[in-house]
Design a binder for this molecule. Structure first.
Ligand code: ATP
Ligand code: MG
Length: 365
């Protein structure tokens, strides 16, 4: 039986609480006998700062690189507001993203039928929604040079940000999107603003050529990013996989997240390059939500986003899509029964603690 090494970083705030529920699911996975999952734990964020004055230690960075996948819960909180900038909790997460070269950020927006009324849109628009936003994460305007503020004198300043994309960056994020679509409903929507941006022109050209060359079996459409934002709140179920750059992806994935109800429901994945020898890639899985200091230590956090992140790891790192489906089905059944944590209390028959929610998912499994 193959051994799968998971490097687990519970982090701060509600992080350790929601990660404890993932450990229960991992124990269940081991009992299924498909593979042997081994958990190694490390420190990141405020927890790492308290232990050794860094946002993540070199030893834990090495463990993250050696693992088959990294699971991270959340970092930060008011306790570390005053710590120096380069060792602030978020620096640990940024270091992981950079050193593992995680260029593809996957954010699914799934609307479980039982929660359709928690969406900011009408039930019929979102019920059964299942789309995936693939955001380029290491390039674009957040990193391009020059990036500066110039003092022009006479009270005037000039701010410059630069959007830069090379062909290879667009191709590799495009491949992630097309590969995902083949495992889903076989449709990709590529988004940029080629009408006003050179990088949008190149994006459109590279994605189109990649489509013809390597993925002619997948349906491809192009939508300008502003129009796509409008369509996301008008008729979101038309989408399967959306691929876009760092800036547009940042905004559009936040818009999409509000279609689904609570922050406590949303998982994410960040993927690196494929290693040509092993076909495997570096990957980090984490919930979209933060450390939620306002509810930390109260046992009321929703662990579903974290459990869903484990399901994504099974699907995208380990070719265990069926086990991922089972976990997601278990979550759906728990919700159908009216079992809820406080953040998704609407329509609840019973409000559960973090641990009770983990147990309820386990019981369905
Ligand atoms: P960050 O800057 O790390 O993204 P944030 O302050 O923007 O953090 P969160 O920490 O995600 O955002 O918290 C936003 C709100 O959502 C808080 O009121 C928090 O209690 C709530 N929240 C976040 N995650 C969960 C969860 N898993 N279960 C219940 N409520 C949550
Ligand atoms: Mg936030």
């Amino acid at each position: 039986m193959s051994i799968i090494k998971l490097f687990v970083l519970p982090g701060d705030g509600i992080g350790p609480e929601v990660m404890a529920e993932v450990e229960k699911i991992v124990a269940w996975l081991n009992s299924e006998g498909v593979a042997r999952f081994e958990i190694e734990k490390g420190l990141v964020g405020g927890a790492a700062f308290d232990a050794h004055g860094a946002a993540i230690s070199e030893a834990d960075m090495a463990r993250a690189k050696a693992a088959d996948a990294v699971l991270l819960a959340a970092v930060g909180g008011p306790k570390w507001d005053g710590v120096p900038y380069d060792v602030r909790p978020e620096a640990g997460l940024l270091r992981l993203r950079k050193d593992l070269a995680l260029f593809a950020n996957l954010r699914p927006a799934i609307c479980y039928p039982a929660l359709a009324d928690a969406s900011s849109l009408k039930r019929e628009i979102v019920e059964g929604l299942d789309l995936m936003i693939v955001r380029e994460l290491t390039g674009g305007v957040y990193f391009g040079e020059p990036k500066q503020i110039i003092d022009l004198g006479n009270g005037q300043k000039r701010a410059i940000d630069t959007q830069v994309y090379d062909t290879y960056e667009i191709e590799r994020i495009g491949r992630v999107a097309f590969d995902l679509a083949r495992k889903r409903r076989n449709k990709v929507t590529s988004s940029e603003k080629r009408n006003v941006m050179k990088s949008g022109l190149l994006w459109h050209e590279v994605i189109s050529a990649l489509h013809v060359r390597e993925y002619p079996d997948v349906e491809l459409e192009h939508q300008l990013a502003d129009a796509l934002g409008m369509q996301l709140v008008r008729r979101p179920k038309q989408f399967d996989v959306i691929v876009t750059d760092n800036l547009f992806g940042d905004m559009l994935s936040d818009v999409a997240s509000m279609l689904t109800g609570s922050l406590g429901m949303l998982p994410s994945a960040s993927l690196g390059e494929k290693d040509p020898a092993s076909e495997s890639r570096k990957a980090l899985y984490e919930p979209v939500h933060g450390s939620a200091p306002d509810i930390a230590g109260k046992g009321m956090a929703n662990p579903i986003a974290m459990i869903g992140s484990l399901a994504m790891a099974l699907r995208y790192s380990f070719e265990m899509g069926e086990l991922a489906d089972r976990i997601e089905r278990a979550i759906s059944l728990v919700l159908e029964k009216g079992l809820r944590t406080a953040d998704i209390a609407g329509g609840a028959k019973q409000i559960l603690s973090t641990a009770q929610m983990g147990d309820a998912v386990l019981a369905e499994l």
